[in-house]
Design a protein around this ligand. Sequence first.
Ligand SMILES: [Mn+2]
Length: 383
Amino acid sequence: MKFMHLSDLHIGKTVNGVSMIEEQRHVFGQILGYLRTIKPEAVLVAGDIYDRAVPGVEAVRLFDDFLTDLAGESAAVLLIAGNHDSPERLSYASRLLSREDVFLRGVLDGKMRPVTMDDEYGKVNFWLLPFIKPSSLRGYYGDAEIDGCSDAVKTVIENSGIDFDARNVLISHQFYAGAGIDPIRSDSETDFVGGLDAVDAGILSRFDYAALGHLHRAQSVGGENIRYGGSPLKYSFSEWKHEKSVTLVDIAEKGSVSVSALPLTPIHDMREIKGPIDKLTSGEVLKDADPEDYMRVVLTDRNDIIDAMGKIRSVYPNVMVLDFENPDADKEIGSLGLEDEPVQNVTVLDLFSRFFKEIKKTDMSARQEKIVRELLEKTEGGA
Ligand SMILES: [Mn+2]
């Protein structure tokens, strides 16, 4: 049986003030293309459907379109809430949707119930575990002390009546780590409201495949069959070198699972460039890649540039972030000649002149000295 594993769609997300809705629509089109050619039996979406608990109108519209398109293919669709989703809002009409083979779990009522599918080797049980905190289990396990997320997930797994002799697939959105596993994080994961302490990935080892969400870089934790699907788009500059993909899983008889990644290509890529402005705006650099990409540009010029943003934008129209990194800033400061002379005998202006010379390897010009003198007069009444 083949199934596709997606996660962290974050529909409606804006990145550095730019709406990702058209990028998302574009990449969902590619996912549908894969679905139509590969024809897997199921599509799993491991949480963070929306970017916000109360998504905007455009986001709801896009999810409605995507879900309708997915359900229109022959695959079953299984979705869970992530930490960005509102469990209750996401669950809207989920009982009705299950009639269309769309299984949407936002809220967990104490334990998981499987969605079971058959192939030539027998049954495959899909276990949907929406994002939970220890408090999500309140009222379901009597007085049992549930201490942290790891304990909460363990309690749910142990109490869901899972027959581990059968084939089982878990869909989950927690932060799984530990046991010597140090997953790679991205900046776009961090904006949530608490309650996401690490869950020991070791507790997933008995599943034939764990379709995970939360980390935005596609990666396995432990074995190849315990895997974060990753977000379908780059949602922060920390991800600019990541390759985005959809995971395709092929599960045969018990113990036989193969995993591959199907690449996703955005309309505009996200990338970083760094250097002096003349170089970055030269034809030589511009021809290397699409200047319409979403850019973080780091300027390393030593001198101030008037209207740097305007100049960068004129060649990189979709620049998102402009940073400055003066190469002098990290320089080791050598001697200011204070070894032989008590510092209180040196005027502030003189001290600054020495510092300037040490960094710039040249004396201040008369004009620069005048500026410093005037500043000192303003701040402390004289040089
Ligand atoms: Mn996420």
